[in-house]
Write a protein that binds this ligand. Structure first.
Ligand code: FES
Length: 257
């Protein structure tokens, strides 16, 4: 069930250039069903900026009723959010969206987790949950440049991890797709910028692939149509899907990206 709650900030720190890790305490942690779900945060009490900001959940600590998010400071809303410290109460709506299906892979199989930039965070909770199911995880994480790289150590603790940077300042130079082509896997889970998702769908869409879309959002709960994308299936007259409530995770081929 979706809840709106005032959640206390436990910690907030900058873990890479303009990348912030924020942990809050929330009753609704018990409502989080799947990795890849997100929350909608009202960054300020005033009506400017009016909208909430959608931020994905990067890890869940049910025992302590806490969850962590990682976001990029890039506009007025996230800049306001980045200034808030421990003890402050944040108005958060969540958990939202469907999340990644962890039951689609089975013990002994290999899952490839591919993230680009700020699409990397939700893959961390996914990685933890797949490991707990006895699945081998391999991570391929792409960033623009060295100063933007985060969570390499955390992912390495779960399994093989490859880092790419566009400018070659860290890891391998190039794109995540340059690495994926040499890897074997049973399923692929990905989150990141649209060109990356398109390239993955084009190359591997015939396999078991789940894509988490990054879309501009309004309400976050399926009411405003700000986040619609075309559905490739025209059976039953369904011609669009809402990223916030039908997604953000879709099977390759389910929507046109
Ligand atoms: Fe309003 Fe998706 S953000 S319908």
């Amino acid at each position: 069930m979706i809840k709106k709650e005032l959640c206390k900030i436990i910690s907030q720190e900058e873990i890479a250039k303009d990348i912030f890790q924020l942990t809050v305490e929330a009753e609704f942690v018990k409502e989080i069903k799947a990795p890849g779900q997100f929350v909608h945060i009202r960054v300020d009490k005033s009506f400017d900026p009016l909208l909430r900001r959608p931020i994905s959940i990067s890890s869940v600590d049910s025992k302590n009723s806490r969850f962590t998010m990682i976001y990029r400071k890039e506009g007025k809303g996230t800049s306001l959010l980045a200034e808030k410290g421990p003890g402050i109460l944040l108005d958060i709506l969540g958990p939202l969206g469907n999340g990644f299906p962890v039951d689609e892979v089975h013990e002994g199989e290999t899952a490839l987790l591919v993230g680009g930039g700020i699409g990397v965070p939700p893959l961390y909770e996914l990685s933890k949950q797949l490991i707990a199911k006895g699945i081998k995880v391999v991570h391929v994480l792409g960033f623009q440049t060295e100063s933007a790289v985060f969570y390499e150590k955390e992912f390495l603790e779960n399994g093989e991890t490859y880092i790419t940077t566009v400018d070659g300042s860290y890891g391998s130079k190039g794109f995540v797709t340059d690495i994926i082509k040499d890897l074997e896997f049973d399923s692929l889970y990905t989150c990141g910028p649209t060109p990356m998702l398109k390239a993955i769908e084009k190359g591997y869409g015939h396999k078991k692939v789940f894509l988490s879309l990054e879309e501009r959002m309004g309400c976050g709960v399926g009411a405003c149509f700000a986040c619609v994308c075309n559905s490739s299936s025209d059976i039953n007259d369904v011609s669009y899907k809402k990223v916030c409530s039908d997604g953000p995770v879709f099977r390759a081929g389910e929507v046109l990206i």
